[in-house]
Design a binder for this molecule. Structure first.
Ligand code: GMT
Length: 375
């Protein structure tokens, strides 16, 4: 069994979710897990006997114009590697975590192995920033092993950072004990949704790249043909604009802004269709969460989305911003109960076959074993 350090962003967000769920499942298999993060990861919501948390405290010394999170993190990593005798430090999100890990490795006196998992915006947004690109490339190339959450992200990393570093694709997963379809008809009533109304759901952090206005405009078209409600889950910079758009389109009665929610599987369990129309998306963990709850998805032909949704099998892949195409496909599907059920069942099956948590966790373990064997 290995002693594994994990660093991630502990707040709500796909990369933090995957890092935390991976740590939990590895601990259940007997590995000793040490989270080195700025606060307790939000999914670490109870005591786990094999999991330890080491808080990165950022100094606010008055001379510092900016609190040095990166250096505090590197220093804490080195301290934990030495004291806990870590074999592996697995960091999620390259910037700054991979760079901090390399620095920590130089500071400590153990041959710890550094594994970096790329999640998306660390490459697709920060990796093209000229001020950061070289640093991210350095973090990736100096890591002992690099993984990415989709083939598309590997290609984009090669392309944008101009690197030949070997990268392995390990897909994301969901905890099947939490993400499954529950019988939640009461919840539908609580939201005053009529039994005949279809429920469409969108979950995101409402950043510009998620193109939530496209979701609202598509819904406006769908609503003309199908009695339906739209659940908007999450919060972020575009929230106020979306609220205004819903008012301008006269959809206040039919669009429910639910804000950030912890128990998304309950909401997915009353949903008929999930829509994610991003312009950047390395994977789309929210799609997998939906599929696990038997919700077919419509997503854009962007990044890793086509690796998650099988067009015509579990949902549809559409062109970015093509509202007519998106709404037409949604209307066809929602008006065809037999097809909807087939897509729902196939979605659950794909989650079981291609993204099963046990298989994915095993892939990470095999990677750790290979890296440790190469000492
Ligand atoms: O979607 C976000 O903006 C959050 C971001 C993150 O770092 O948590 O998500 C990225 O990582 C997720 C987990 O691997 C992926 O499912 C998301 O597709 C990816 N987001 C983007 O590529 C925009």
């Amino acid at each position: 069994m290995a002693k594994i350090g994990i660093t991630c962003y502990p707040t709500v967000g796909g990369s933090g979710v995957i890092a935390t769920e991976l740590g939990k499942l590895l601990s259940e298999k007997g590995h000793e897990i040490h989270f080195i993060t700025s606060q307790v990861p939000f999914r670490l919501n109870r005591v786990y006997p094999n999991i330890y948390f080491h808080e990165v405290e950022v100094s606010n010394y008055p001379v510092f114009q900016h609190p040095p999170y990166d250096l505090s993190l590197a220093s804490k990593m080195a301290e934990v590697i030495n004291r806990e005798k870590l074999d592996i430090l697995h960091v999620h999100y390259a910037m700054p975590h991979a760079i901090c890990a390399i620095l920590a490795k130089q500071m400590c006196n153990r041959e710890v192995k550094i594994i970096t998992t790329l999640h998306g915006t660390d490459i697709t947004v920060l990796g093209i920033d000229p001020g950061l690109k070289q640093m991210i490339k350095f973090g990736i190339e100096q890591s002992d092993q690099v993984t990415a959450v989709s083939r598309s992200l590997v290609e984009q990393t090669r392309d944008r950072l101009d690197t030949n570093k070997e990268m392995e694709v390990i897909y994301n997963f969901v905890d099947e004990r939490e993400y499954y379809r529950k019988d939640n008809e009461e919840l539908k009533k609580d939201y005053c949704i009529k039994p005949e109304e279809k429920v469409i759901i969108h979950v995101s952090n409402f950043r510009k790249v998620k193109r939530v206005p496209d979701v609202i405009r598509s819904f406006a078209e769908i609503k003309k043909e199908v009695p339906a409600k739209l659940l908007l889950v999450g919060d972020g910079p575009e929230y106020a604009f979306c609220y205004q758009l819903v008012e301008d389109l006269g959809l206040e009665e039919d669009v429910l802004f639910l804000g950030k929610q912890e128990n998304v599987s309950d909401l997915l369990s009353i949903s008929d269709l999930k829509i994610l129309l991003s312009e950047k998306e390395s994977f789309g963990l929210v799609l997998l969460e939906a599929m696990a709850c038997g919700v077919p998805c419509i997503g854009t032909n962007i990044g890793g989305i086509p690796e998650v949704i099988d067009h015509g099998e579990t949902g549809y892949i559409t062109e970015l911003g093509n509202i007519a195409q998106i709404s037409e496909l949604a209307i066809q599907l929602l008006n065809n109960p037999a097809l909807l059920e087939t897509f729902a069942n196939q979605s659950k099956q794909v989650v079981r076959e291609k993204f099963e948590s046990a298989t994915i966790v095993r892939q990470y373990e095999e990677l750790y074993e290979r890296v440790l064997a190469n000492e």
